[in-house]
Design a protein around this ligand. Structure first.
Ligand SMILES: Cc1cc2nc3c(=O)[nH]c(=O)nc-3n(C[C@H](O)[C@H](O)[C@H](O)COP(=O)(O)OP(=O)(O)OC[C@H]3O[C@@H](n4cnc5c(N)ncnc54)[C@H](O)[C@@H]3O)c2cc1C
Length: 452
């Protein structure tokens, strides 16, 4: 996703926090060790779980991480099958100033390049290149509208309802469909479910946007270095009725003094983990009310590049959320001839029912419209299916109709100083991001440390 557009938005509205990077690298600092024989089970080896586990381990806790997949990272997932790092989940560091990922990336050896927002060409159907003035005027108007809209709806109305009522012509306009899709749906979720009052919640960091060039999972591998992690262990039951917490995974029961649950909101929604006793109703309500979006990413490679030498290429089809945005990876990894494109919301879910050939045909129809029928088919394609992925059931959390900001804090609230919760969906200020997930892990580790 690309929260950079919200940064532009926020310059005129929301506060920009320049959080001191010092707290942020703390997961990897060897702090004073607390003499403790206390044990912690961390469920999930995504960035939130790893950050917490690393900090607790450094403090002297006996930490066991249980991960359902065969590798660390969760939604920091990098596919290197085509010889370049294709980040299937997070790609961008959203604003480098004060962002904990900036320091962490440096420590971990994750390389990242400046992604230049201004380097963009926009095509209409028929391969017609839009004038940069028309594009940037619409973009400015889009942000003006976005800054004013949240006072216009009521709590039961979706963003789409309000927008379509107020701007019926824009709702049908191809450029506006693109702006709504790439600058809003991408960062949040389905517009017909997105809250008309809370669509621009969350804080942003200032500074430029960077895109990872050697893979975001570098950070996960760095955090995991000294940890005890059991892979291919799917947690199915958490019994916290006795003094020690009992965790069932693959038919085995492990016990600990504390448990930190970092599975994605989609997994909590799917109810694949049985809690005994059941989770408090306040938490169950929050799980139900906060939305889980879907974004799918597609990497296509060619032997030679035939496209514009710009960072971003936008295309504005009639169908919303459909392969309308291309990141030219050649601009950041010069040795590669690759484009990354996206599908969002319902169209993203639809792609998961399509074959590779069907997906390639659809993407190629957009590229052919822009660059002519003679362009070659890609040599390879990689793709994601985040909705049907049983380790996340979606991409990230968003403020759906019915969500209240308090719900994020409800998800973060511990139960009886024994059961703790982290993950991007528990971070009220930075939900849906890698940095939010990281901060949530540090937050929960600190809570457990403070109990000693
Ligand atoms: C397509 C996409 C694009 C994104 N783009 C960006 C971006 O550019 N910039 C950015 O800042 N953020 C981005 N994000 C968001 C960011 O990737 C996430 O917010 C962050 O990685 C979430 O970390 P987490 O630790 O909360 O969860 P996860 O990384 O999902 O970790 C949870 C872990 O729990 C494991 N698990 C699940 N169920 C079980 C179980 N029952 N038992 C044991 N383990 C289990 C999972 O396998 C996973 O490893 C993107 C996400 C997606 C999907």
């Amino acid at each position: 996703m690309q929260r950079r557009k919200f940064i532009k938005n926020s310059l005129s509205g929301l506060p920009i926090l320049l959080t001191a990077p010092t707290i942020l690298a703390s997961a990897c600092q060897q702090n004073e060790v607390i003499p403790t024989d206390k044990t912690v089970i961390v469920v999930g080896a995504g960035i939130s779980g790893l950050a917490a586990a690393q900090k607790l381990h450094a403090k002297g806790f006996k930490v066991l991480v249980l991960e359902s997949q065969d590798k660390v990272g969760g939604r920091l997932r990098t596919n290197r099958n085509l010889g370049i790092a294709f980040d299937e989940g997070a790609s961008w560091i959203h604003g480098i100033d004060g962002n904990p990922i900036t320091a962490l990336a440096e420590q971990a050896g994750m390389t990242a390049a400046f992604a230049d927002d201004e380097s963009i060409k926009s095509y209409d159907i028929g391969g017609i290149l839009r004038s940069p003035t028309i594009y940037s005027t619409a973009e400015d108007e889009f942000y003006t509208i976005l800054n004013s809209l949240n006072k216009k709806g009521n709590a039961s109305q979706s963003f789409e309802t309000i927008f379509n009522n107020l701007y019926p012509a824009k709702a049908k306009d191809r450029l506006w469909k693109f702006l709504l899709s790439t600058y809003l749906t991408f960062d949040t979720g389905d517009l017909d479910k997105l809250s008309s009052q809370l669509y621009d919640e969350g804080e942003v960091y200032g500074g430029i946007e960077k895109i990872s060039t050697n893979g975001y999972d570098t950070i996960a591998q760095y955090l995991a270095k000294e940890l005890t992690i059991q892979f291919n262990q799917r947690v199915t039951k958490v019994d916290y009725s006795a003094n020690k917490v009992k965790v069932t995974h693959n038919g085995t029961i492990s016990e600990a003094d504390y448990i930190l649950i970092t599975v994605p909101l989609g997994v909590l929604k799917a109810n694949t983990i049985q809690f005994s006793p059941a989770l408090p109703s306040i938490k169950q309500n929050a799980i139900q009310k906060i939305g889980m979006s879907c974004v799918n990413k597609f990497l296509l490679t060619w032997n030679t590049a035939f496209w514009d030498d710009v960072q971003y290429i936008s295309y504005t089809p009639e169908i919303k959320d459909k392969f309308n945005y291309f990141v030219n990876l050649k601009k950041v990894i010069t040795t590669t001839n690759a484009l990354m494109t996206f599908a969002y919301a319902d169209y993203a879910r639809k792609t998961e029912t399509m074959t590779d050939n069907q997906v390639i045909d659809e993407i190629m129809s957009h590229l052919k419209d822009m660059y002519g029928n003679k362009i070659p088919n890609p040599t390879n394609m990689l793709r994601t299916k985040w909705q049907s992925n049983e380790n996340s059931f979606g991409a990230y959390s968003y403020t759906a109709v019915g969500t209240e900001m308090q719900h994020f804090d409800d998800l973060a609230t511990e139960i009886g100083d024994k059961v703790f919760f982290a993950g991007e969906h528990t971070e009220i200020d930075y939900f849906s991001t890698a940095h939010g997930a990281y901060l949530s892990g540090i937050r929960e580790a600190d809570k457990i440390i403070d109990l000693q």
